[in-house]
Design a protein around this ligand. Structure first.
Ligand code: ZN
Length: 178
């Protein structure tokens, strides 16, 4: 819809009344999308905070992501805005939103801490050391939860350069009741 309006705008003569009207229409469409997104962010934050006393999430490396191929998806989803809303809502409710360093959360096994290398397309975590087998995001969520509370499995395995790395995927893994 936005693209259609944008195209229609580019066909209008500069300075014409039709063009002015088209500009207004494009602006309105943008606003509508951004309001919808914000509303979704508020509702999601509320839902998460109703589930537990803490919500842990990966610290978002906006600078690092801006240079990566994920730039567009990060901007489109408005991760920065969402995390801001989440932390404000948490504070007002007397709850805690904890940002943890993202390095290794997808690759490490949440059961034993061993590194299980995965490509971004590998959606399943399967550890040969301890037999842990679960969805990739679920595994990462447990790791984030562990890191938020200082669990020994991740603490022991996290290497300094893994911690300093840019997260490969800007997903928020929230886990309630840490
Ligand atoms: Zn394991």
């Amino acid at each position: 819809m936005r693209n259609q309006l944008q195209r229609s705008l580019s066909r209008k003569k500069k300075g014409s009344n039709r063009r002015k009207k088209a500009i207004k229409r494009v602006g309105k469409a943008h606003l509508k999308v951004s309001n919808k997104r914000k509303d979704f962010h508020y509702k999601t934050a509320l839902k998460l905070l109703q589930q537990g006393k803490h919500v842990a999430h990966e610290k978002l490396n906006i600078k690092g992501l801006a240079k990566s191929r994920l730039t567009k998806s990060v901007n489109d989803a408005g991760w920065g805005q969402f995390l801001q809303i989440l932390s404000i809502k948490a504070e007002r409710a007397g709850l805690l939103a904890i940002a943890v360093l993202p390095g290794g959360t997808s690759q490490n096994c949440s059961g034993c801490g061993h590194k299980v290398n995965k490509e971004l397309s590998d959606r399943w975590h399967s550890c040969h050391h301890c037999g842990c087998s679960l969805d990739r995001d679920h595994n990462a969520a447990i790791n984030i939860k562990h890191r938020a509370v200082g669990h020994s499995v991740l603490k022991a395995q996290a290497t300094p350069d893994a911690i300093a790395g840019v997260t490969e995927k800007p997903t928020l893994y929230a886990s309630a009741s840490v």
